[in-house]
Design a protein around this ligand. Structure first.
Ligand code: KMH
Ligand code: ZN
Length: 277
């Protein structure tokens, strides 16, 4: 299979997350219809993959498999985006329910490489859970995206790959999630350290900065040849005091930064090649 063009940029959109309430942010896409509309707009703006957290009828985070399956189907019917389901869920989701996310048969799943403090909460990812989820992803032929919140997670990824081999598809794609209170800071030096520590098997990496670290991390990633994740899961303001009205605004901004860096947003087809799908 040919490689993707060297100047191409994967833009992943993370439109919803599990932390923001609909009451606090009515423009957050929480229904399946809203999610599909957002996905279409973001694909048109340059996104090639979508990282999905699903909500229930009361707009609360849910891992109910039938709802997840319905969401995957709806996104596939309306877009060509690579559909990645979150296995991180919310900090309140039990590990057992997070394993069942793969029953919804997404193209890709997130897989966080260690436990991290998450604001006042704990995002729990014990080693046996990581190993079970990883082996399940290999068995179900779902391509993982390894989420790295801290430098220790980078080291843990090497240990996982040494123990269980390569993911389904043979590519290793990681995403640095930076600036979470409790994880690594959203700074250029932290990203440089993370990239320098990546195992040799890693074939592509992206980065996202939470909140005010969004732009510094995006610029650092572009300058280092990395890819980008953007979206309302990670940031709710365009600048101080200016709320994000739609995820497409964030994808458009990322595409603008890409243009300045002489990078071209890749198509979903190229994203599939990049990820080994
Ligand atoms: N909501 C966070 C606790 C993921 O999607 O895999 C975890 C998270 C990571 O967002
Ligand atoms: Zn997420």
């Amino acid at each position: 299979m040919p490689d993707v063009p060297a100047d191409s940029l994967l833009i992943t959109v993370a439109p919803t997350g599990a932390e923001t309430t609909k009451a606090d942010c009515p423009q957050l896409p929480t229904t399946i219809d809203e999610l599909v509309a957002t996905a279409r707009e973001c694909e048109a703006a340059g996104a090639a993959m979508i990282h999905v957290h699903v909500r229930d009828d009361e707009h609360r985070p849910t891992l109910e498999v039938s709802r997840l399956t319905e969401t995957v189907t709806a996104l596939r019917e309306s877009t060509d985006l690579v559909v990645q389901l979150s296995t991180g869920g919310s900090v309140h989701d039990p590990l057992e329910a997070r394993l069942k996310v793969l029953d919804a048969a997404p193209d890709s799943c997130s897989l966080t490489m260690g436990t991290t403090n998450f604001g006042d909460d704990v995002f729990s990812n014990p080693w046996p859970f990581i190993c079970e989820l990883y082996q399940l992803s290999q068995e179900r032929q779902v391509v993982p995206e390894f989420e790295l919140f801290d430098l220790g997670h980078v080291h843990a990824l090497g240990r996982l790959l040494d123990t269980y081999g390569l993911p389904y598809g043979g590519k290793v794609h990681v995403d640095f999630v930076m600036g979470v209170p409790g994880g690594m800071p959203g700074t250029a030096p932290a990203l440089v350290a993370g990239v320098a520590a990546l195992p040799a098997a890693v074939t592509s990496w992206s980065a996202t900065g939470i909140g005010r670290s969004t732009l510094p991390v995006a610029l650092a990633s572009l300058s280092m040849g990395g890819h980008l994740r953007v979206g309302m899961e990670d940031v709710l303001t365009l600048r101080r005091g200016v709320p994000v009205n739609s995820n497409a605004q964030l994808v458009e901004r990322a595409a603008g930064l890409a243009s300045a860096a002489q990078r071209t947003p890749m198509t979903p087809a190229d994203a599939r090649t990049l990820l080994g799908l």
